[in-house]
Design a protein around this ligand. Structure first.
Ligand code: ADP
Length: 320
């Protein structure tokens, strides 16, 4: 295979250099060539390490012109030897690039050099709901309402644009400095050609996967995100996913049987429990749609704050 593995990846031809002198910080340089015109360069200083995913390492990138800090996802081309992996990345970029919504991580930019692909994203300084849950164990109903409404807002936008996310879970829901929820990671997302199209690829994260994906008979569509939303709501309220077991096979069996319960020791309102039961319907055709979910009493019984205070990253909100 050549060192230029994918034509579609060839838009600009930047180089990245490491400057070992003085600060020993890495400067990533993007070269932008427009037809026949001189190249222009954009420089980023690679800062703090933010996290690591399946293929990517993520760092703070400081745009040296604007001084703006963004998240830079670095994916080594060497890790993309399999055609499938490359196709998936291209699909993720294509879908994510087309999305513009308050509750979706903004896709800023994408470029590459000989070694890496760089994806620049809106920086979410307060990590994901996964880290939040690790600190807080479980959330209050008011917080769950606040976060779920924002996730629904993102999902309404996605589905209206024929995109299924297919991997809604704690770790893919980021929080920015203002505590706004930002949905990210479109690595498993699918864009439908037409509304009635059914997808067949088995994907998702075990605990959040919808029963129709496990059955695999009729294909799946937007309803898989609704199922994951129900799993998410339960997880935020209870502190662990509804179908969690020690092994994946047993989890899948529980999902297919829709077998879960609310632990007695956790005080939950009837509204909250009914809300989860309302969403986690095995038959995708009978599952509620996003507007019906927004009209459920759990989300209409009291005013819901637009954002939670920063203090709730560590401690529950005060109830007055
Ligand atoms: P992958 O697609 O390879 O799984 P992720 O998108 O999950 O990579 O990113 C890995 C980690 O990097 C995340 O868990 C998070 O800690 C951090 N991260 C990713 N995107 C951002 C972002 N926009 N802002 C802040 N941190 C981020």
């Amino acid at each position: 295979e050549s060192s230029n593995p994918d034509n579609k990846l060839k838009k600009s031809s930047p180089i990245s250099t490491t400057s070992p002198s003085l600060t020993s910080e890495t400067i990533v340089i993007e070269t932008i060539r427009k037809q026949n015109r001189e190249a222009t360069y954009k420089k980023y200083s690679k800062g703090r390490f933010l996290g690591k995913g399946g293929f990517a390492r993520v760092y703070e990138f400081i745009d040296l012109d604007t001084k703006k800090t963004i998240a830079g996802k670095i994916i080594e081309k060497a890790s993309l030897t399999k055609i499938r992996a490359r196709q998936k990345l291209m699909s993720e970029i294509k879908i994510h690039k087309s999305l513009h919504h308050q509750n979706i991580v903004k896709f800023e930019h994408f470029f590459e050099d000989n070694e890496n692909v760089y994806i620049l994203l809106e920086l979410c300084t307060n990590q994901t709901l996964s880290e939040l849950m690790r600190r807080r164990k479980r959330l209050t109903e008011i917080e769950v309402q606040c976060y779920i409404v924002q996730v629904i807002s993102a999902l309404k936008y996605l589905h209206a644009h024929r995109v299924i996310h297919r991997d809604i879970k704690l770790g893919n829901l980021f929080l920015n400095d203002k505590m706004e929820v930002k949905m990210g990671d479109f690595g498993l997302a699918a864009k439908l050609e037409y509304d009635g199209e059914r997808k067949r690829t088995i994907c998702g994260t075990p605990n959040y996967i919808a029963p129709e994906i496990l059955e695999g008979k009729t294909g799946h569509s937007y309803e898989v995100d609704i199922w994951s939303l129900g799993v998410l709501a339960y997880t935020l309220l209870v502190g662990k996913p509804p179908f969690e077991t020690a092994d994946i096979k047993a989890t899948y069996k529980k999902i297919r049987m829709n077998y879960y319960s609310f632990p007695d020791h956790i005080p939950l309102s009837e509204d909250a429990k009914s809300f989860v039961r309302f969403i986690l319907i095995t038959d995708p055709a009978s599952r509620p749609n996003l507007d019906q979910i927004l009209n459920d009493s759990f989300l209409t019984r009291n005013p819901i704050p637009a954002l939670m205070p920063i203090s709730t990253l560590a401690v529950p909100p005060s109830s007055n």
